[in-house]
Ligand binder design. Structure first.
Ligand SMILES: [Fe+2]
Length: 259
């Protein structure tokens, strides 16, 4: 828990990713919903702290992967509004999307299993209707000090969130920290867009980075993180070799890859 800002940041370790609850006087903002099974985790966390799931006033879904959009249907059931981009919630549309959704769900489950996690269901629905459709540069409803930045590359519609006043950045799956090494996500389906997104992020003035995979980067390591952005841009420009290259053919079913 970090309280040095005009809000408090709660990091909840989900089944696969970290979930960030931003506590303000208006209630909680949730940065990505995690896997389907993380809904119970969130609920428990809030109840342990004397709060309720209804205290979450908005959830933002940065992209449609199972460890980010998995809890949407639970929030919908509780009438808690969900914000996302138009592209994101249509990412898995059509026959290709249907197939890709099954593959991505399996890969998420498999990667959790590999980290010797217990079995938890990551099953979730591949499309939904957001209550708020976000555009590049928009501020969030209810929490207007957070701005949306389109940062595609991992998928075609990823977004990052930036609180300029406090210098807090949530880049979702733009950069991951695995075993203390900063790396690009799997997959990077649109490398040239990824370069532009990393360059966009690099220009911002931030002092804290909340990683969906890798926890919070505080003041002590934020300069290192900026060097990492530079390094990743360079790697992408100079014939970068993706991790798990053999799995890439299984990531090409989505309609938007071939538009
Ligand atoms: Fe992802």
């Amino acid at each position: 828990m970090m309280s040095e800002y005009s809000f408090t940041i709660h990091e909840i370790k989900g089944y696969i990713s970290s979930l960030y609850l931003i506590e303000t006087a208006m209630g909680f903002l949730l940065l990505d919903g995690g896997c389907a099974s993380d809904f119970a985790r969130l609920k428990n966390y809030l109840e342990r702290n004397g709060r309720r799931i209804e205290d979450i006033k908005l959830i933002v879904v940065t992209h449609m992967h199972p460890d980010h959009a998995g809890t949407v249907r639970h929030f919908k059931k509780e009438n808690i509004p969900v914000a996302s981009t138009e592209g994101a919630y249509r990412w898995y549309r059509g026959v290709g999307g249907f197939i890709q959704h099954k593959i991505d769900t399996f890969l998420a489950w498999f990667s959790a299993k590999r980290k010797s996690q217990n079995f938890e269901s990551v099953w979730y629905s591949r499309v939904f209707t957001p209550d708020y459709v976000l555009k590049d540069g928009d501020t969030l409803p209810i929490f207007p000090d957070w701005r949306i930045l389109f940062t595609p590359g991992h998928t075609l519609y990823d977004i990052s969130l930036f609180n300029e006043k406090e210098g807090v950045l949530y880049p979702a799956d733009l950069v991951l920290r695995l075993e203390d090494k900063f790396v690009l996500p799997f997959p990077v389906l649109f490398p040239s867009r990824m370069i532009a997104s990393l360059e966009k992020i690099k220009k911002l003035t931030f002092k804290t980075v909340l990683l969906a995979h890798g926890g919070i980067i505080g003041k002590d390591r934020v300069d290192e993180f900026k060097d990492v952005l530079e390094r990743l841009i360079k790697e992408l420009k100079m014939g970068w070799r993706p991790r798990f290259k053999f799995l890439y053919p299984f990531c090409l079913f989505v309609h938007d890859k071939w538009r």
